[in-house]
Design a protein around this ligand. Sequence first.
Ligand code: C5P
Length: 243
Amino acid sequence: MNRRRRIYEGKAKILYEGPEPGTLIQHFKDDATAFNAKKHEIIDGKGVLNNRISEYVFTHLNNMGIPTHFIKRLNMREQLIREVEIIPLEVVVRNVAAGSLSSRLGIEEGTQLPRSIIEFYFKNDALNDPMVSEEHVTAFGWATPQEIDDIMALAIRVNDFLAGLFLGVGIKLVDFKMECGRLWEGDMMRIVVADEISPDNCRLWDIATNDRLDKDRFRKDMGGLLESYQEVARRLGILNEPE
Ligand code: C5P
């Protein structure tokens, strides 16, 4: 492999400079982290699965006219993406109570929410990604009111697509996290979905058994993380395709 300039290394991914200006290569590592990396393990093959699952999701989003940073998968662990200006927010969409919503508000895990709820968290490891309101987002200039509207519209469309996709293969989409970026084309800018969408950042429960098919297996020491990610890929029909 050619030597490439590393632009950024995160907990589960590395970004390298891409072949053309305005592109990057997103490399999926096998690192599993939780609780802001206080818990860390290498799970052989996780990066390969997340690359494939995220490719599948982003390809469908692009085809549906939901703009994303994704261009194409390059190999087992890497995809070509457009360079965007990442908005420093984690956008969480919830359909069913779980995780921090259940602990914060005392709502039993598994309770269907009256409607989908969108939350914003400030991306800042040193502060443990605190939850913030739209007031914080606009006051501190992380995004404009128009951008917040665009982000929420994207989040709702992504949620509708993902919920239907997973329902079709017997999986309940409990919640997920997405990130957005500003994509500049000349002096035109639009907000696009960035980062990845995989069982690392979704809660996916088997509809029949409520089995966890996501990173909660790692967070809660349940074991079987790789097998559950494989199961998600298998149900989506993306395992065992030729490279
Ligand atoms: O922990 P919490 O309940 O707030 O997580 C909500 C959703 O966001 C879960 O699907 C979780 O996997 C995802 N998430 C994430 N990265 C974080 C925090 C949460 O992908 N840093």
